[in-house]
Design a protein around this ligand. Structure first.
Ligand code: 6PG
Length: 291
């Protein structure tokens, strides 16, 4: 049966919790000796993968999702993933739709952020993911959780999305749901999801607020619904994908100075508390890392 965007609605399930061990640095499929690693804060360890070509980039991204999906289903019987928006994401998701070995029937798909627009709107991250991935794989409608664009206000949409996430994923040890995998992009201004520099969504001191609304920090100038950093950083695996020299300076700052002021550089706030952080970059985006 041909899936239609408007057919998607919310259903209810539940999940369990589990621990995770962060790896050391890895570039271009070889482990870095400690003496080679960029100057870093010991607080967090991350993998940096630098892809050789756009095809290699999309392949590596698809493999990361497939490997994590396999592990999650083996360990916990299901895989929860939050997708990103942006131009790079659509290219990656087309390749992901061709990846074998992902049990889509046991996969639950959410959105790390979205624009508060209806599903047919070209600005909709859900629409992007639907066209480039979800309409191309055998995933049940009930496993796809877009934001509720019919809500009367963005704030109500954010609250109901938080409730849906808690209902489907349950609450982790720290009363924050734990995603298996969160895919994030990064803007040239260092924003990620819809966490824009100096925006209100970065100044929420209640770690229990997992999804909030935020004003747009750049085009499209529509209200946003976005995961907060506490929810993002509670994930088991976070993959940040970025390409192009225009992003190299912010990437260097975030990787080499993770204690950078998050209000100015939101991406620096991505620091999984018990999880695994992977930067998947092209050579231009990694050009200032001195690798
Ligand atoms: C959004 C995204 C945003 C995106 C970055 C990177 O809703 O716009 O979620 O965070 O990932 O802006 O976008 P590009 O891949 O287009 O550079």
């Amino acid at each position: 049966m041909q899936k239609k965007k408007a057919d998607l609605s919310t259903t209810l399930r539940s999940a369990q919790d589990d621990a995770f061990t962060p790896p050391v640095l890895w570039i271009n499929a070889r482990w870095l000796k400690p003496s080679e690693s960029p100057k870093r804060n010991k607080k967090m360890s991350a993998k940096i993968i630098v892809a050789d070509s756009p095809e290699d980039f999309a392949l590596q991204c698809a493999r990361l999702v497939a490997d994590n999906a396999k592990e999650a289903v083996e360990k916990r019987g299901q895989f929860s993933i939050a997708l990103s928006g942006g131009s790079l994401a659509s290219q990656l998701y087309i390749r992901l739709s061709e990846e074998k070995g992902i049990d889509w029937a046991k996969t639950f798909v959410f959105f790390g952020d979205d624009r508060f627009v209806e599903s047919e709107n070209p600005y909709s991250n859900f629409s992007l993911a639907f066209d480039s991935l979800l309409s191309r794989v055998e995933i049940p409608n009930g496993n796809i959780f877009p934001i509720d664009w019919n809500a009367s206000t963005p704030a109500l949409a954010a609250d109901s999305y938080a409730n849906t996430i808690e209902a489907i994923l349950g609450e982790g040890a720290n009363n924050i749901p734990k995603f298996d995998f969160i895919h994030l992009g990064m803007g040239p201004d260092g924003h990620t999801a819809s966490l824009f520099p100096r925006s209100s969504a970065l100044q929420i001191d209640d770690s229990k607020r997992i999804v909030v609304t935020n004003h747009a920090g750049l085009k499209p100038w529509v209200d946003r619904i976005t995961f907060t950093l506490p929810l993002i950083n509670n994930a088991r695996t976070i993959v940040i994908t970025a390409t192009g020299e225009i992003k190299a300076e912010k990437i260097k700052k975030a990787i080499e100075h993770p204690d950078e002021n998050i209000l100015d550089l939101p991406i620096a706030g991505v620091s999984p508390s018990h999880g695994n952080l992977i930067w998947l970059l092209d050579k231009a985006a990694a050009s200032l890392l001195g690798l």
